[in-house]
Ligand binder design. Structure first.
Ligand code: TYD
Length: 227
């Protein structure tokens, strides 16, 4: 894979090669990727993880919901097209349950061991989809997220912000991949995107807006500049 931001590569590499840098004793960073469906976030999360690994940073790549045996079972329930009867409160709590498990079983031990964790979606997805998208109460979601996360926050969140037109055309080029949650209409997609932008405005130090209309390598460059 080609990466073309050598200045940044050098600065990351030199901090790692420095005799004072003892990565094994440092807490890992929790980096999350967020965005609406079709933003390209899953691809970019993988590319960013590869970029870090190429710089000898230990990285664990995870996706939500999932990442543990219990979480993958919950994911199957959440995404099954047959589950049309699922009410939004059930959906909310299943996402929270999968996250609670992932944090305790995998994320916290990894961070404590100095491993960086790249997570494809985290709690911002719940605010954007169940809160802004479905209209569930944001304060209730905050309380539930406090239980699910035990207070763990990402060190950095990349918001892959894609225009609705580009997202729709990308999704149309992914035949046969639609799941229960991909059945939502354009209005839902717009509310979710607006929700993400509201989260960005509220937490500009944690979230970084990435222009995700661009080609993959250009998107990756925007991301690696922030490492
Ligand atoms: P997934 O196949 O991982 O989609 P993507 O590759 O686009 O991330 O399915 C995850 C779906 O679950 C996606 O439509 C977003 C939704 N979701 C929520 O609604 N709330 C959440 O808290 C999370 C983590 C995901």
């Amino acid at each position: 894979m080609l990466y073309n931001d050598d200045k940044n590569l050098d600065s990351v590499a030199s901090s790692i090669d420095s005799p004072t840098a003892d990565l094994s004793s440092m807490r890992g960073q929790l980096i999350t990727f967020e965005g609406i469906d079709g933003s390209g976030k899953s691809t970019l999360a993988m590319m960013a993880a590869d970029w870090l690994r190429a710089r000898k940073i230990p990285v664990l790549s995870l996706r939500e919901p999932g990442g543990t045996a219990i979480g993958e079972s919950i994911r199957t329930i959440l995404l099954a097209k047959a589950n049309t009867a699922m009410c939004m409160e059930t959906e909310l709590m299943l996402f929270a349950a999968a996250r609670a498990q992932l944090i305790r079983e995998i994320i916290k031990p990894a961070l404590a061991a100095g491993t960086w964790v790249i997570c494809d979606r985290f709690y911002d997805s719940t605010f954007a989809y169940q809160g802004y998208g479905r209209g569930l109460d944001l304060d209730h979601i905050s309380h539930l997220m406090a239980i699910a996360t035990g207070g763990l926050k990402p060190d950095r969140t990349f918001l892959l912000d894609v225009s609705l037109d580009v997202a729709v055309s990308r999704l149309n080029n992914r035949p046969g991949k639609a799941d229960r949650l991909d059945q939502e209409d354009a209005e839902f997609m717009k509310r979710t995107r607006d929700g993400y932008l509201a989260i960005l405005a509220a937490e500009p130090d944690r979230l970084v807006r990435i222009d995700a209309d661009l080609a993959e390598n250009d998107v990756l460059n925007q991301i690696t500049k922030c490492f």
